[in-house]
Design a protein around this ligand. Sequence first.
Ligand SMILES: [Mn+2]
Length: 302
Amino acid sequence: MNDQVLHIIGAAVGEGASDGGCKWGAAALKDHGMARALAATGRTVTWGDTISAQPMLATSRLHAIEVFSDHLSVAVQQVLRHGQQPLVVGGDHSCAVGTWSAVADHVRPQGALGLIWIDAHLDAHTPDTSDTQAPHGMPLAALLGHGAPGMTGLFGWSGKLRPEHVALIGARSYEPAEQALLARLGVRVMYMPEVLERGFAACFAEAQAIAQSGTAGWGISLDLDGLDPRDAPGTGTPVEQGIRLADALAVLAGCQQQAGFVAMELTEYNPLRDFGGRTAQAATDLVCAVLAPERATMELAA
Ligand SMILES: [Mn+2]
């Protein structure tokens, strides 16, 4: 539906991470002109509310993220109820709990939600397994129904994602407990060596088939640290040897036209590490590639 309004929601959260710089990511991407760039692709774009985590009102970091997730989920729910398409711009990746809980709840009457998770990490810790206790390492586990009740149980139900409808691409930094949880659940994880061997295009095609098969809709949660730091250094937790930007732009172009595509999230932009704005431009080009109303050949910024 190419005339559908694209509604951007900022997620001003850095409290989920050990380095809080991502809290300023949404505001920086707004200043960089992300909405204008999306409008230039032919979309009708609104930059709506920015939801901020409020650590001073919380008893702990986890509690702050629980309250924030609840607020973000209501904002995303409102966008969907108005028939608009949400684009959530983070923010550390703990925002995924609010984003995808709302999308899953919205499509629930028609069926399950599929999700493609592009990331250097697995984000599949629970409070029982995390050494750092950083909530941005927990959102995927929470969406699968494992973790703190305040993160798993939004809208009064748990298990927003079923393992068979989820695929991860690009993982290369993780702990055994998260790998074990995803393996036990049967989630398909394409680790970085496999991506380098098969190519990002083949991996994404497989992930898309997983996300589309037997679901009522699907989306993409894109953690910028899934990219190679040579192309996107301004992320919360950079890890060497990732997906190259040119590959991502070529492969992600046209998702908006694919059957069942409902929403996108872009996370872990850290403007404090993005000297010269290269990562902001990469983030902008990526959302334009995914969300443009017609498939366009992206020209790489020199
Ligand atoms: Mn992540």
